[in-house]
Every structure is written in structure tokens, then in C-alpha cells.
Design a protein around this ligand. Sequence first.
Ligand code: SIN
Length: 545
Amino acid sequence: MAIKTDFLIIGSGIAGITFALRAAEFGDVVMVTKKEAMDSSTNKAQGGIASVFGNLDSFEHHINDTISSGDGLCSRDVVEMVIKDGPERIRELMELGVAFNIQKKETSQNGQPVFDLGREGGHSHNRIVHAHDMTGKAVEEVLVNRARKHDRITLFENHIAVDLITHSTRIKSGLVTTTHEDFCCGAYVLNRETRTIETFSADITLLASGGAGKVYLYTSNPDIATGDGIAMAYRVGATVANLEFVQFHPTCLYHPDAKNFLISEAVRGEGGILIDENGHPFMEKYDPRKDLACRDVVARAIDTELKKSGNDAAFLDISHKDSEFIKKRFPNIYQKCLSYGIDMTKEPIPVVPAAHYMCGGVATDMCGRTDIPRLYAVGETACTGLHGANRLASNSLLEALVYSHRAAKQAIDDFQKTDKQSLPGVPDWDEVGSTDSDELIMVAHNWDEIRRLMWNYVGIVRSDKRLERAQRRIEIINKEIKDYYWNFKVSPDLIELRNIAVVAELIIKCAMHRKESRGLHYNIQYPGHDTHWEKDTLLRRPFIS
Ligand code: SIN
């Protein structure tokens, strides 16, 4: 099957749908998403959206907190733009029907609702707009509903993108012949039900496929977070940046049956304290801001405590707060913990750090454009310059909102200027390996090995020796996957394995390149900052022709 559209969007989180709703005012939009539309990282986001609404807060405070967390690598222009655009984008979400927590029923002097603003690590003021502890879900439900009802948006669920198509791509035969004159004209997409690869051609293509937490053994991310956008963009020659900066969330629930469950930083924002197994608070040893220090500091502190004590988990205690308040403020976390036999109103919650957010990604300009013409990237897939070396909590939904709005504006402009007559025909997928795999064990084994390798050697604390070991292994695994990929029919598991392997290799390359410690990247050989490295790490696949 071949589909032609004006705008092709890969991913169905806040970034993709916000873009879709705007682009659909000017053209036909096709969204492909690899599972159900609600299976996105947005849907899992608990904390909220950071933005300046508090009486004592100001843009300058939010800008300074973001830049301080980013540890020397934020782009000031980007930070200012995102933070200043934030309030308007959040009001638009409310107009669409998102119900954020409001502090008072009455409105402020200028007729605006008074938000109940939460606090998270690294923020000097309360500024997290939230919907209890399920902000992402509240936003995603409204957006998915709007997209489903829109007559110019067609949503293809259970469709997983395999590769981007550029003007002269012959991907399956192994020749990616991207040149400077090339531009993106869509993607090959696997229909999971029919198991066929379909050609989606488009004037504009947007990558909004989320992050890459599944590269690591332990992660707060949903299963879809396999770095697909980053891997696909890199394969066609787009520049990727800063992939060494993987954010580990300090507090994921530690329980043998719990998978990927986050205990929001908002719990510490409301007074939760990290303690060891003897009930002693430990954060004061590491940072004057204690439990509300930036995430990199808190995650490393827990890692150090666990390595010193040999314990499996630290504990987060908020049981000193009123139990009715806890249940009302954190209904989702309370119920989830209770389902594992932990009553957070009476006892501490066992927690461990886990991979949470990719600060690097496909490099874009201030309008979400990548360096491949007509290819855009927004949300966690992108690296815009906002997060620098360490993302400030709850700045990511904000970035996704602001950038998808700006990218849509720019893309509509590009679309209207496109000379439709000169668009090339897009070749159908070349079914080279046409037999089904008889070695699924290889996929399962490599998947597991990559995730363990990344956790053990490219985790919170790194060293040259560990990184070198990781690099040797990943090169072998990537070669194996390549051979396998050309010989057998493409399956969803194989597509994801191929993508996590590429992203793992890129993370390792970036981490080996940076000979210092900064933000989320900590190498014991180079424990301090070095001004020579106060710059982005950029990687681009060499051109073949
Ligand atoms: C959290 O609720 O702790 C996560 C928020 C974020 O990652 O920004």
C-alpha cells in the first residue's frame, strides 16, 4: 500500500499531536504510531509542565534555574524563547479542555485561573502546572480525542516506522546515499497486523517518537521508548547531539513486580525525604538544596549510598504529612504503591534510580528543523538546546508544546512553498530478506545484552575502561544485527532492536568523546568541568556520496 499526504507525523505524544492539530488547518495529516495512540511517554508523565504563573516567580527565575541545571550547555536564546512562550501554550491546552489543578475557584485580577503550582528539584519557585500526579494522561486524553475527531487527521495505530525516505535513498539494499541536496519525503512503515511494509510519502515529515529509555535495563519509560526517531534520523545523515546526557530519575519504585513505575519528584516537592535503611536522611551530605537538588546530583547520591552500603534500594518518606493530603495530591502513586503492599501514608517507599529522559537527540534549529530539508524533530526525539547537560524537571512537556507550535508554523510555510510538480516518485520497499526468522532467540538475547551493558558500563557513573568495554561489545552486536537484518523479514522486535543498538552505540561514542564530567555525564577519570568541553557533542554519519 502507498499513502501520500502533506504532513507525516511519526509518534502520538504531546509533541506530535500538537503539531498535527495546527498543520491540519492547512493540509492533510497522517500520524503513525507503533502501538495505540495513548502508548506514549506523555501519557506516563506524572509531574507536570513547568511555567511561570506564581506571584513571586518571574521568567528570569525560570531561565536562571534552567541554565543552572543545564550546567553550561543550554542555549540562552532557546531557553528564553521556550520559557516566555510557555504560559500562552498552557492556556491553549486549558482551552482545549485539559483540567489542571486550580488552587482557588475564583480567578486572579487579570481573569486567569489560579493554578495549584507544584515544586520539583532545581526549581527556585513553585511553578509546576499539574493534574494531580497524572498530568501527561490528562493532556494526552484531550489531545488524542481531538486528533481522532479531526477530519483532516488520519491516525494509523499499530504502524511502526522502519526508515525515513530521502530523495535518493535505497535503504534496504544497504546504500544510504544521502547528499546535501537531499530532502526527506516520508517513511517506510510496517503495518503490524498485515506484516507488510507500506510507503508513506509526504511533503513534510516530523519525528515525534519520544526518547530511548529502553536502551537501559531499568527505566521509567514505556516500552515504546526505543530511540526510533534518533536512529532513523542518524541513518539518513541528520546530525544528532549530546547523547551522553541521559537523565536518570532518582526515584523509581523498587519492587520485584513493579515495572517502570515512577515516584514523582513532586513527592519530594511536597516534603518527601530520602532516607537510608536505618531511617537517616542523607541528601544534606551531597547538596545544600538536599532532596530538591537537581536530578543528576540526587541520582548520583543514591547510587553512591547504595554502592557504599551494598543495599538494593534507598527509601522515600512522606509519611510525616497528613494522610488525606497525600491521597488527594498523589492518588495514582498512592494506589499503585498500595497495590504492592506499600502504604505511603504510613511507611517509606523503596526507590532506585532508573533511566528517564534523553537530553540529547536529533539536532534542530529554533523552529524544529533538522539539517535534512523537510525533516523536523520535536519533543524528546529532538535536541534543541533547552536542556543542555541536564534537563530541569518538568521542562520537557513545556519544550514539546512550544516547539511543536513553532515547528508547525515553519512547516506550514515550507509546505506552502513546496513545488508539488517537482516532487520525485518514491520507490516501494525492496523486500530483500523475504523469509521469516528462525532465530528469534538472537533478537531476545541481543536486546537483553544491550540493556545490561548500558546499565552496567554506561550508567550514572562512567569510566574510560567501562566505556571502552561497552564500545567493543556494541560494535560486535551491531554487526550481528546488520547481518540478520538483511537476511530476514523485518519484524517489530527486529526494528526496535536495530534502533536501540544504534542509539546505544551513539550514546557510547558521545560519552567517550567528552573528556570531563558535566551535568548528567560523570566519568571518574575526569571528575571536573573543563572549559574546552563547554560545547555540544555532534555526530553525523559520513556521506557515502
Ligand atoms: C516526575 O514527576 O518526577 C517527572 C517529571 C519530569 O521528568 O519532568
